[in-house]
Every structure is written in structure tokens, then in C-alpha cells.
Design a protein around this ligand. Sequence first.
Ligand SMILES: [Zn+2]
Length: 364
Amino acid sequence: MNFKSLVGQENAKKILVQTVDRDHLPNSFLFFGPEGVGKWAAALALTAYLNCRDRTNGDSCGKCPPCRQIQKLQFPNLHIAVPTPPSKSEKEESENYWEILNAKIAEPYSLIGGKRQMSIPVAAVRHMKRSLSQKPPVDGKRVVIIEQMDRMLTASADALLKLIEEPPSRTVIIITSSRPEKILPTIISRCRRIRFSHLNEASIRSYLTDRADMGEKKSALLARLSGGSLGRALYMAEDENLQDREIAKLVFKGIFQADAAEVIAEASDLLPLNDRFRLNRVISQWQTLFRDLMLLQSGADAEKVINIDFASELERLAGRNMKREALVKIPAQLGAVIEDIDLNVEPSTAIGAALIDIQKKLAV
Ligand SMILES: [Zn+2]
């Protein structure tokens, strides 16, 4: 992974290269912005740039031993913490850890997620502190990447804060997060903040066709549905037969039917209730469907809708009488459902209650 292979993020790239070239490297960075837009990839590109033995034109070479080791996440001076599912033993924890890292090696833009709630284990920080107490490298820099820092438990975050306050020499800490508001402000204030933004549809589409080897039509649809997140597009692509998409559309349609309450009750049988990651995929599709409906209701062109494969159905629904002021609030309400499930609220209860509430509020 080098800067050249990053998708978009020209601004972030420029700042990162400059901080190294001008020797203005801070002790800690916070890479923040939406999920799946390249924070992880940029962290690795920076690690490579700091340690490459043959830097040219503001980038690492990709061929020297440190570059190759960094690509395989086996560079001795690279320490990584990632959220993992709850584990029963140290062995299981290490297996879960490597399963996630291997997925990231295969596809740096893939999202990290699982059936159950994920967090950065306390042991990860302890382990990291131990590694960092050893001698720093003679050349290059030691790099610590803390992926999705917002998923770190408070006790660990306190331990990390000490590390950031008294950084070991020749060490750079890179924290990434799509929810920086959940990180201790004392940590954030000590980091150089680098913003990552949504990617444009065209660059996501070409990544999907060129690098992920996907057909033109599917790439176009997923790029449109991804909302500017390549990770989200790749994640939706894992839903090979678009099964979750069909479920999302079916339940969405049901909300507008006369027997909505029944449809919502039956939805529990269809929804992947024991898999948070898949549920997240379904709920976020509802968000885009409601956004499209709102757009069409306010008279926008059908070409503007995100759900291009569902445009005629959306147009039909938009022709119905419903409370427009209620429609506006639905995407945020569904966002709160995703958060609730993330905080361990029982999914069928959270979703059922929200759908019934939405149906009532929309009814004229
Ligand atoms: Zn190199």
C-alpha cells in the first residue's frame, strides 16, 4: 500500500507527505472521516513512507524489505490494535485478531465487523505497551495503528492516553475513527487531525471494476448505493445474490401496505437478527430508500435517486399521500437504531418498534 494506490483523499495525502518531508511529524495522528474511505490504507501508506529504503517522488517504493513486510503486516516496528469479537481465551483472541488482519491484507478497504459486538481488548493495549518499552528502531519509525479507536474500552483508553502523553522515541501513533465524538477529548486534543472525506461515485465504480473484478452493472449500482464509502460498496458486494437488499426492499415496501403491522411482525423471520453486520447493511439501505422517497416527494428527478434498481417502485410510493415532515426525520431515526443495536439493544425489539413508529408517523 502506497500513496499512489490510495483512492482519492488528495488533501490528506498531500498533508501526510509534507509532514514527513518537512520533518514536522507529530507524535500522534487522528485519521477521521466516514467508514470505508481509506483511513486504514492511508495509515499503511504513511507507515511505508516512513520506513521505505527507496523513497521516490513522494511515495514509498513498494519493493524494498520494509515495504513488503508492511504490506503483509509483518513489519517488526508496526504494532496494530483492531476491534475483535469477544474471545474466551488468548488463543481465540489471537485467531480473531489475525482473521481481521488477513481480511485487511487481502482488501485494505474492507470494513471490520462481525455478528457480535466488537471492541479493542484491554490486552491489546497492554501488549502494545510492552512492545513499545523495547528499544526503538535505528532507522525509520516505529508505527502504532489503533483502528477504530472509538471501539476501545475506557480502561484501555486511559492506558493509551498515558502513551500519547509520554510517547516513546521514534514512534508515531495513528488513531483512526469514523466516530471521533466517542473518543476521549484529551486524546483527540493531542493528535494532529487529518480529515478523510467521502469518495466520489466514479472512483468507487472504477475500483470495483478494475481492482475488485466486478461487472460494470453491479459496480455502478453498488457505487451508487455506497454513499461514498468504498468499504460499504465492497461489503454490499459480499451479499452475492443481493439477498439482504431484497429483504430490505421487501420490508420497506411493507411499511406502506394496508397490513403494515403484520408485515413488520413477519419481517423478524426475514431479517438476519443474529448478525449485527448484516442487519446494519439492511437498516442502512432503508435509510437510503427513505432519502430517495423524500427526494421524489419534493419533486426531484427520478435520475437523482440512489436506489436506481428500485426507482419505479419508489416513484409509485412517492405518489402516495404521506406526512412529508415525518419523512425527513426517518434516516436519523434509523441511524439511532443502528447505534442502539451496537449498544446491545435486542435487535428485533429495536427494529420492530422503529418500523411501527415510522409507519404511524407517515400515515395521513
Ligand atoms: Zn520501499
